[in-house]
Design a protein around this ligand. Structure first.
Ligand SMILES: Nc1ncnc2c1ncn2[C@@H]1O[C@H](COP(=O)(O)OP(=O)(O)OP(=O)(O)O)[C@@H](O)[C@H]1O
Ligand SMILES: [Mg+2]
Length: 336
């Protein structure tokens, strides 16, 4: 099957004016995207991860046909975003962080019905779909379905926004910071829903600057910074690319026994060996090896400890986090 989203060398500049003195204004060009390429497949959650101003929202807007790219090519569900914008819009559900499109004096349910009608739904089918979505997005549970939109909290607005994106059950979702401003349990609910949608063969493109979130839900991520994608791939692979070492902590009964013997015996796989005490007073041995060799190291170490009659209580692989990857690539700290 072809890719759900295909982006090839897309660029986008914004031209703005900057005040120079009382009356004088000067033109300024902001290079928001400097040749961005990536693909998103059906069945995956793909994360566009980057700091403020990196170009995430600009990318989503181009794919949602709200902005026209300056150059490059982007297709969504096989349709070109510039040549076939209507077909693209029929294939996608979109949420943007700054949502202005809802009616303040209508309830959540009425808003969804209105947008459902605009998208061609009607009668029993529309009612059923709206009821399902109010339930799935937790708006019934919050008692929000029949309250006016003007009374909605940030979390309720985010849920309604996602409900609207799902109205026509589109094959492709593009969600700009879908959990922004949500409390932790609500964010978790939304994340679970996104993963479930991807498992149901939808393509889910999300933007975030939350590393923790990207690590939890994304099958692949692209790290974008200053309009350029600087790394792309499965989360685990990105981690391996930046970290050349992995540490494995093994909580043992008696670390004094045989460490020297092990050091000698396993010198081809182990780089360093050290002893530490964890927060509960347990003694652990920390072995490090080159990234990618940890499976072999763990197997060899466990066998050797067994030979030496040392009991193992816990094995902990201290992998680098996505945040380590992000900082190492961009030189900027992310948001936890
Ligand atoms: N309408 C606009 N006019 C001028 N410049 C803009 C406009 N929209 C965005 N930009 C600029 O383009 C760049 C990319 O912005 P964009 O909104 O795509 O970033 P982002 O990755 O979504 O950031 P954030 O995490 O803050 O939402 C930034 O330098 C921003 O200032
Ligand atoms: Mg943005």
């Amino acid at each position: 099957m072809s890719s759900a989203v295909q982006v090839e060398d897309v660029t986008k500049n914004y031209t703005t004016s900057v005040r120079k003195g009382l009356l004088r204004r000067e033109k300024r060009v902001v290079k928001a995207l400097k040749g961005v390429s990536f693909t998103v497949s059906y069945g995956e959650v793909f994360g566009l991860l980057g700091p403020n101003g990196a170009g995430k929202t600009t990318t989503i807007k181009i794919l949602a046909t709200l902005l026209i790219p300056d150059s490059g090519k982007a297709t969504v569900c096989g349709y070109d975003v510039v040549e076939d914008p209507e077909m693209v819009r029929d294939s996608i559900g979109v949420t943007l962080t700054v949502e202005k499109g809802f009616f303040w004096k209508l309830t959540g349910r009425e808003n969804l019905k209105y947008f459902g009608m605009l998208r061609g739904l009607s009668g029993k089918k529309l009612n059923e779909r709206v009821n399902d979505l109010l339930e799935t997005l937790g708006l019934n549970k919050l008692g929000a379905s029949d309250r006016f939109y003007e009374e909605y909290s940030l979390g309720m607005k985010a849920r309604l926004c996602l409900a609207r994106a799902l109205l026509t059950d589109p094959p492709i979702l593009m969600l700009d910071e879908p959990t922004l401003g949500l409390d932790p349990p609500s964010a978790r609910e939304i994340r679970n829903l996104l993963v479930m949608l991807a498992r149901n063969r939808k393509a889910v493109l999300v933007t975030t600057h939350n590393m923790f979130e990207a690590e939890l839900i994304c099958d692949r991520v692209a790290i974008i910074d200053e309009g350029r994608i600087i790394s792309i791939g499965p989360v685990q692979e990105l981690k391996r690319r930046v970290a050349d070492k992995i540490a494995v902590d093994i909580l043992v009964s008696n670390p004094a026994i045989g460490l020297e013997i092990m050091r000698k015996r396993l010198r081809t796989v182990i780089e360093t060996v050290g002893v530490g005490v964890d927060e509960r007073g347990g003694v652990y041995v920390r072995f490090t090896c080159r990234s990618g060799e940890e499976d072999k190291m763990i197997a060899d170490v466990i066998k050797s400890l067994g030979d030496l009659k040392v009991r193992i209580y816990r094995v902990n692989v201290e992998e680098p986090t996505l945040e380590d990857v992000f900082i190492s690539l961009t030189g900027k700290a992310g948001e936890a």
